[in-house]
Ligand binder design. Structure first.
Ligand SMILES: [Cu+2]
Length: 148
């Protein structure tokens, strides 16, 4: 009898688990970067992410910069400061996480050239669970739809 009693609860658990249905996937929308003059030390990029499962943005790469980091901003003694997020950015399941000026952002450090308004920058985002994806970020000086 003992084996039968053990199997029944396990089968029930498997049937109820959402993990068998939801594939890790992140939808990225409205990626954009600020324009930068040649020789600018760094430039901010922004994107809205929505993950199907609890996930994490762990890295960003771009051919347009020497290196790229995930940053956050916070008030420190009345001064806005930014710092890199060494563990990346948490993406709770189903939640829209908007990277935006004054908050979490992607930072391209040491752009390899000028980033002219109207151009595009490739950004490759790496996630803990979802497949990596490469976005084409528009170069513009303000968020899309600002002022509406
Ligand atoms: Cu930054």
């Amino acid at each position: 009898m003992k084996p039968v009693l053990l199997i029944a609860p396990l089968a029930l658990l498997a049937a109820c688990s959402p993990r068998t249905e939801v594939e890790p996937n992140v939808v990225a929308a409205d990626a954009w970067c600020r324009p930068a003059a040649a020789g600018a030390p760094a430039v901010g990029c922004y994107v809205t992410l929505q993950s199907a499962v609890d996930d994490r943005l762990v890295a960003v790469q771009s051919p347009a910069a020497a290196r790229s980091e995930i940053h956050t901003m916070s008030m420190d003694d009345g001064v806005m400061r930014m710092r890199a997020l060494p563990d990346g950015l948490v993406l709770p399941a189903g939640e829209r996480v908007a990277l935006r000026p004054g908050a979490e952002h992607l930072m391209l450090i040491g752009p390899t050239g000028a980033l002219a308004e109207g151009g595009e920058v490739a950004l490759t985002l790496t996630f803990e669970k979802a497949p990596a994806q490469t976005l084409s970020a528009q170069i513009r000086s303000a968020p899309h739809g600002m002022g509406h």
